[in-house]
Design a protein around this ligand. Structure first.
Ligand SMILES: NC(=O)c1ccc[n+]([C@@H]2O[C@H](COP(=O)([O-])OP(=O)(O)OC[C@H]3O[C@@H](n4cnc5c(N)ncnc54)[C@H](O)[C@@H]3O)[C@@H](O)[C@H]2O)c1
Ligand SMILES: [Zn+2]
Length: 361
């Protein structure tokens, strides 16, 4: 079963996200976009490349394009300008021109870096996303944000650059580590909580099918999450308003991520942040005690830590004060108005956050 999301920008068709099994169908997609007779450079990393690059290359070659592969070392530490330069050099050596394209094959690191390279090489060439981690499939490959880290600052240099196509082969998830697979559900559960209660319930009811990677269930989950993210991004492509709702769980989550020196995965920290934000939503009487408990239980079910050791409230608050989500000295917090509906709130006090943090410490 295949699914397709029509991603819009300012209400107009921008590109499609195609979700299914195997790489084969990418041929038809390229043909439909009239992508032929050009050079395609698969940019991948040292973990994903050895598993999938040859397979994808062979299929892409059947579309009448010349296909090259460039492999970068895996890991966030390599999402930087030095590595971007190595890709530029390769593209120049292979005589890539304006009409040629990059195909980003990998997780969010590859997507962000290859996308940024495409956004800047020759003032911008087209690119295609082939995301292989759950996080990349439901989150980072959608929305057109590309970029790299600079010095110790995350995602400090970047560009908005929309792909021509996002092609998701859910079979690639089978080689992802269990912990990485689990942590992808941080954003997925978030999507249900902020936008769609039925989706949250679906994740609850069909937990076993989803965790067993049953294709029809995984396809449905990836599809539903892509729909939600694409819809939010369409209404706010440059992050001036509604897109902030996607930061649910991220205000305190990011602070925990930083303080734990990235030993906890992003999704795991978002899970902890969502517990805090849901606690505040419950204290304010927006969601019921039962709903708050359901959120905690859901995270537990999907293998998330619900507590973190070795951190203190003061440091977490200090770090969140210096976060990007601050606006004129006020923390832009995302709360649940009800299960399935989020709001931006600028009145959350440090006292409320302190109480909430006690839930995870
Ligand atoms: N652009 C955006 O809007 C956006 C949004 C969220 C996150 N991000 C970025 O995404 C990155 C995190 O993404 P991630 O979690 O995918 O990290 P990642 O790309 O580092 O992938 C995690 C690990 O899994 C490996 N991997 C990926 N797919 C695999 C597969 N199918 N089989 C085996 N191994 C596989 C990778 O090689 C890597 O070692 C961060 O840099 C973050 O800033 C960007
Ligand atoms: Zn996130």
């Amino acid at each position: 079963m295949n699914r397709r999301v029509d991603v819009k920008k300012n209400g107009e068709h921008c590109y499609d996200i195609v979700i299914g099994q195997g790489f084969d169908r990418i041929k038809e997609e390229l043909e439909a976009l009239d992508i032929k007779g050009i050079k395609l450079c698969i940019v991948t990393d040292s973990n994903v490349g050895p598993i999938y690059a040859a397979q994808l290359k062979e299929i892409l070659e059947q579309t009448g394009n010349s296909v090259y592969v460039f492999t970068i070392p895996a890991g966030e530490a390599n999402k930087n300008l030095d590595v971007v330069e190595t890709v530029y050099t390769y593209l120049i050596e292979q005589h890539f021109e304006r009409r040629d394209m990059i195909v980003a094959l990998g997780g969010g690191v590859v997507g962000d870096l290859a996308g940024f390279t495409a956004a800047t090489y020759l003032r911008g060439i087209d690119f295609i996303q082939v995301p292989t981690s759950l996080l990349a499939q439901v989150d980072s490959s959608i929305g057109g944000k590309t970029g790299v880290d600079f010095s110790k600052y995350k995602n400090m240099v970047g560009a908005f650059h929309m792909p021509r196509l996002v092609y998701i082969n859910i079979d690639t998830l089978s080689t992802l580590s269990t912990r990485l697979f689990n942590s992808g559900f941080g954003e997925i559960i978030k999507h249900g909580l902020i936008k769609n209660r039925e989706y949250f319930d679906y994740l609850d009811t069909n937990y076993e099918h989803i965790k067993a990677l049953e294709p029809e269930y995984i396809t449905e989950v990836v599809y539903e999450s892509c729909l939600i993210k694409a819809d939010v991004v369409d209404r706010d492509p440059t992050e001036k308003g509604e897109r902030a709702l996607l930061n649910f769980g991220h205000t305190l989550g990011h602070a925990v991520e930083k303080l734990m020196n990235f030993s906890l995965y992003h999704g795991e920290c978002v899970g902890l942040g969502m517990i805090c934000a849901s606690y505040i939503s419950n204290e304010r009487g927006y969601i019921t005690d039962e709903e708050y408990t359901a959120i905690r239980n859901m995270l537990k079910k999907y293998g998330f830590p619900t507590r973190v050791e070795g951190l203190d409230i003061f440091s977490i608050l200090e770090v969140s004060k210096s976060d990007k989500k601050m606006e004129n000295g006020v923390v832009k917090f995302i709360l649940l108005k009800q299960l399935g509906e989020a709001v931006i709130d600028k009145t959350v006090t440090y006292d409320e956050m302190t109480q909430a943090l006690k839930e995870i410490l």
